[in-house]
Design a protein around this ligand. Sequence first.
Ligand SMILES: Cc1ncc(C[n+]2csc(CCOP(=O)(O)OP(=O)(O)O)c2C)c(N)n1
Ligand SMILES: [Mg+2]
Length: 364
Amino acid sequence: MTYTLAPAAPLAEGEIALGKTLLQMMVRIRALEEGIERHFLAGEIPGFAHLSIGQEAVAAGVCAALRRDDYIASTHRGHGHTLAKGAAMKAMVAELFARSDGMCRGKGGSMHIADFSIGMLGANGVVAGGFGLVAGAALAARLRKTDQVAVCFFGDGATNRGPFHENLNLAAIWDLPALFVLENNRYASTTSTAETMKIEDVAIRADGYGMPARIVDGFDAVAVHHAALDAIGRARRGAGPTFIECKTYRVRGHYIGDPERYRTKDEVEAHKSDDPIVRLQARLAGELSQGEFEALWDAAKSEFAEALSFARASAPPETGEAFRGAYAGDRDPETPHGAFALREEASFAPFFSDAPSAGTGSVH
Ligand SMILES: Cc1ncc(C[n+]2csc(CCOP(=O)(O)OP(=O)(O)O)c2C)c(N)n1
Ligand SMILES: [Mg+2]
């Protein structure tokens, strides 16, 4: 099977408002990540941080097609997905600063940030770690008979790992309400996909599982959004999962501080004109003045500045916080062993109505 990449169409008249919304989200993501970059380099953010600069159209386009109660699972490069799913920037920045007012009370950081209240199941330090979460969330939605949809964001590198194949197959045979969104930025850390795959379009892998796939221009937020809307509508109707390959490029290094010895400056430079913000601004030209565009930026920068003050004013977590949330159920951080007792007492409803009761909650 072959897939073609549809060229970007001019914005239809009815798409102006959508275009502005997507542009605003991409500007917020960019302002957040440029801020993260500055303060990481200043030594204020511990751990690692991976930026999605250049790839914002995917997060903005897909998440604008989702409801608050839909689910997403993200990657190690998840700031854009998290913000676009509806997270508060100040809770995100405080989390990256490892502070008690952070989204995960300072224990998750950039790579393990999560907010279940908005269906954000987590960024993930494990490459391909999101597939099982998404298949599970989609199966849960089906069994609970809700019409929620679960979206998995992942990179090209993740498609060479086992969980990709196992979960695509499961999602396909069970017609799960899932969407698999590949951000093909042509690199997995320092390795070009040309060295790890014999194929140009990863989308053909979906065909092996009987799952429909599409390839979209991942720099075009509107095109990504339309592809996501179709796929999400399909999933909600019970028609099963879809695979979307977004052709994109990461303009920054793999992580902040990456010396980038595996690609040339010219290659990166050549992609600058693909910038999804520049491209959408150009397409909105007659409808968005330079002043309005600058106002979008000013608002996003002020939002980051407020988030920064919030993070700096927040205290580091207490030591006992380390035990909170480690096991299912609520627990007293002073008596972490109580968590095991809670687990033994818990009894969960079986997954399938004809399955025997799981009793203690262990389902084999
Ligand atoms: C299971 C596993 N193997 C290796 C790593 C180290 N690692 C972190 S990011 C990364 C590259 C992932 O590439 P891709 O999936 O294309 O995502 P991208 O970084 O391009 O967004 C690797 C190999 C890891 N975190 N987890
Ligand atoms: Mg990649």
